[in-house]
Design a protein around this ligand. Sequence first.
Ligand SMILES: [Ca+2]
Ligand SMILES: [Ca+2]
Length: 407
Amino acid sequence: MKLNTASVVTISAVLALAAGNVQAAGERIAQSTAAASDLRNDVLPKITLPDGFKIELFAIAPNARHLAVSPKGTVWIGTRSDRVWQATDKDGDKIADMVERFAPQVNFKVSNGVCLSKDGSLYVAEHNRVMHFFDAETYMQSDTPKAEPLVKLGELTPRSEQSYGHNARVCKIGPDDKIYISLGQPYNVSPAKKLDLYKETGIGGIIRLNRFDGSEREVVAQGIRNSVGHDFNPKDGSLWFTDNQVDGMGDDIPPGELNKAPKMGMWYGFPHYGGGDTRTNEYKDQAIPKEDLARYVAPQIETVAHAADLGMTFYTGEQFPKAYQNAIFSAQHGSWNRSTPVGARVMVTYLDDNGDAIKMEPFAEGWLNAAGRYLGRPVDVAQYIDGSILVSDDKAGAVYRIYYSGK
Ligand SMILES: [Ca+2]
Ligand SMILES: [Ca+2]
């Protein structure tokens, strides 16, 4: 009798495994869930926005990180796991009715960064590989979309530098039609013996590549600690990026950063500076090399320490009032190491006529409650097809849409 029971259990387990595999191929994320109702009823009413703006739930997507939006409205959602989601709104109410696994046959590792080219190629920047999906929207329902590595596994950074820390990549296509990828360096403060290798490979920096064959790899920015968000000013083509700064120096230093690259080949201070003009303890007694100092660019905006500024986008839509045209929307993920947490909000940065930042201020906040508990943690901001913006949240596992109703 006992033997029979054991056999039944074994067969059930095999069946369950098989069912799991079948499900994985067409894995869909339920949208009408208790978690969705909680977000709609309990969290989103707490989010404060400027007059005339509203926020609603766009999609449930576990571990939602960086976003890419096609002109037809498909939204690809990266994660720090092995999944990329694709969200579609078939009935046109601007709420996703289908969220499913993209390219289930691909074994992703930390598939955080997603970006789309004008001709419809989707790139997935993983921890140490970049995958290229040709005509991604056409093939997205296929189990075998046309895909090949743009950067082969183990060739984005030397394998010796792979690490759990700062392993989430992001990408965007630049005005030169090359792909720009940020490479966070793995340490809190990089040791001196690593600096030459990092400068050469673009770790602690941003690189660009030919997006068709991965050739012409260049390091375009150095001296960055861990940038997890960049975009290009559509007015002048300049590259802007956020940077997360050094831990363990206290609650209020060093500041986080929003940077602008006036040109390629500049140096942004790390690890000699830990954020803004705060010298790191490890390097403060050393002179900064002349060749670095000559290329040093100070941040455009110093943000509150440890807020973790991540994804950002220039706003090019027409739905929002004029003040927001060509402004930068960026996400603060929120602190993990500060006595009183800060962040968990969407910021807006306004630029002047010269294309420099005037100020950054909160745009959407309320995910951090008075007790210091996170109701959500924003990661990325992307413009949606109607000129609203989408905000991802990897704590709630959701994507929100913020739109202007004027009322
Ligand atoms: Ca819908
Ligand atoms: Ca800096």
